[in-house]
Design a binder for this molecule. Structure first.
Ligand code: SAH
Ligand code: SF4
Ligand code: F3S
Length: 490
């Protein structure tokens, strides 16, 4: 198979995913795609921005973390390419080595420092080593102490400053930082190097104004800042012109979108407007916060088939008491009301979620409530995590920590329960026909894979010669917990 993304098409700071994503970039020769108004791919080549150009230097960019980080990396690469840098595949070949980092759980953050350690010696070769993203924002100048061979530290809220910071380094400055989070601007770039062949990612809202007691994101990504609906729609038209048929709108709380323009387009109106752009066949959005999830979003999905039949609605816990301690701002019944709203839709909307086990003080009874919530909602997929204490967060000082052993046990129980649900859900779809965007070709002759509108992986057989990037009808003939199997209906 040519590539894989996790079930949400987003990255999770996990090693295996990071490896997959690194290989992904090499599998496809996508080239550049220019977002600046009026520029075509041809004029971009004339500007010498392609991979083959000679310029100031070379950069290697490795990314950990969520889909927003992945997309930030696409934009950072765009900024560097526009300045005449050339992107290379290995740190050895690069004059600038950049890590875009994730700090969501302790392991993810530790990995960054062990990776940086591997490059300790490189400083003597005159290479610039930079740390971007959430660990950069969280640790700040502390990174220079822990890894003195690093010369650039910049968090996502300051990426607009990146060109300036690079100039300072080129002028001989040894240590530069971009660590402000109080900007009300978003990181908009003229050039974005897009790493996915058919799906274009667009951040519509940056940062997070929620205050979940376990989470570093509000500290690492700053306050919420929404892009204007006009700028978003302009970008969508441009990616559609460049041949993309699927758009995924991104935000840590994507449905908290607040249009800064006078017209104040609601999130559901924006979804409809994006779906209406010529050439766009699928619109996805992630991640929705339950508090801001409203009926008009379901109505929009019902009214517009180009809005995908999938909502990712993280619950985190099934226990009211734990939800309160987590400061999630909703109760179990309120969350279930939102689920009821989605289940009452005319279209069969798939629902996925995120769950944390072993939050401080989580009792067996609390955990049982999470299991019973799984039974009640019957999710199409879950992402489950062991609670990890994070710096600056309120939960860090909470008592009654759950042992690692117990967290692992609960995680295994949760995942077993969910596996059963997914097998049953997927088996019930055998015999149904699905539209699939074909995104992978197996080495085995006649074997393909892609995603349904509900974001299920569909592996299927077809004798057609060239299907990548096309939409086909596939009938499901078998199912596993994580995928459907099927046959192309000619
Ligand atoms: N903004 C999204 C997701 C944020 S991060 C939301 O609010 O749902 C993705 C997931 O990581 C979270 O949904 C949560 O399940 C998990 N997560 C965040 N902080 C964590 C921590 N300290 N320990 C374990 N999992 C965590
Ligand atoms: Fe973190 Fe909560 Fe914001 Fe999601 S909504 S990013 S979990 S603080
Ligand atoms: Fe990680 Fe930052 Fe995303 S902490 S999950 S990269 S917002």
């Amino acid at each position: 198979m040519a590539y894989q993304l996790d079930a949400l098409g987003r990255a999770r700071g996990c090693n295996a995913c990071a490896k997959l994503r690194r290989t992904m970039g090499k599998t496809f020769d996508i080239g550049l795609e220019v977002l600046a108004a009026g520029r075509s791919a041809r004029s971009e080549l004339a500007l010498g921005l392609s991979h083959g150009s000679t310029g100031r230097g070379t950069f290697f960019l490795e990314t950990f973390g969520c889909q927003m980080n992945e997309h930030d990396s696409e934009k950072v690469a765009g900024v560097l390419l526009a300045r005449g840098y050339r992107q290379v595949e290995t740190p050895d070949a690069a004059s600038v080595i950049l890590y875009n980092t994730c700090s969501i759980r302790e392991k993810a953050a530790q990995k960054v420092f062990s990776r940086l350690g591997e490059f300790r010696e490189k400083q003597h070769e005159g290479k610039i080593i930079g740390v971007l993203g959430c660990v950069a924002q969280q640790e700040g100048e502390g990174i220079f102490k822990r890894a003195p061979w690093v010369s650039l530290v910049c968090g996502s809220a300051s990426y607009r400053k990146l060109p300036e910071l690079l100039t300072e380094l080129e002028n001989g400055n040894h240590r530069v930082t971009g660590l402000e989070t109080d900007t009300d601007e978003t990181f908009e770039t003229e050039v974005t190097r897009r790493d996915h062949p058919w799906r274009a990612y667009l951040t519509i809202i940056e940062g997070c104004d929620k205050a979940c007691s376990y989470c570093v994101v509000p500290y690492t990504r700053g306050p919420e800042r929404s892009r204007s609906s006009e700028a978003i729609l302009r970008d969508v038209r441009q990616v559609a012109d460049a041949g993309y048929t699927e758009v995924q709108l991104l935000g840590q709380t994507v449905n908290s979108y607040a249009d800064p323009m006078a017209r104040r387009m609601r999130f559901s109106e924006l979804l409809l407007a994006v779906a209406d752009v010529a050439g766009i066949r699928r619109v996805r959005f992630t991640t929705s916060h339950p508090k801001d999830f409203t009926q008009d979003i379901v109505d929009a999905i019902d009214a517009e088939p180009r809005l995908c039949e999938h909502v990712h609605l993280p619950v985190q816990s099934g226990s009211n008491r734990v939800l309160k301690e987590m400061q999630r701002t909703y109760t179990r019944p309120q969350y279930l009301e939102k689920i009821g709203m989605i289940r009452a839709s005319k279209r069969p909307i798939a629902i996925t979620t995120d769950i944390i086990v072993g939050f401080p003080g989580e009792t067996d009874a609390d955990f049982e409530e999470t299991l019973s919530l799984l039974d009640e909602v019957r999710y199409d997929g879950i992402f489950s995590f062991k609670y990890s204490p994070r710096p600056n967060t309120r939960a860090l000082s909470m008592r009654d920590a759950i042992s690692e052993e117990e967290k692992s046990r609960r995680l295994a129980v949760l995942q077993d329960r969910q596996r059963e649900i997914q097998i049953a859900n997927n088996k019930s779809q055998i015999g149904e026909s699905f539209e699939v965007l074909v995104s992978g070709k197996s080495r085995r002759e006649g074997q393909w894979s892609g995603y349904t509108s509900s974001h299920k992986v569909m592996n299927f057989t077809s004798q057609a010669p060239a299907l990548l990037g096309t939409y086909v009808q596939v009938t499901a003939t078998d199912a596993t917990p994580n995928s459907l199997q099927g046959e192309h209906v000619a």
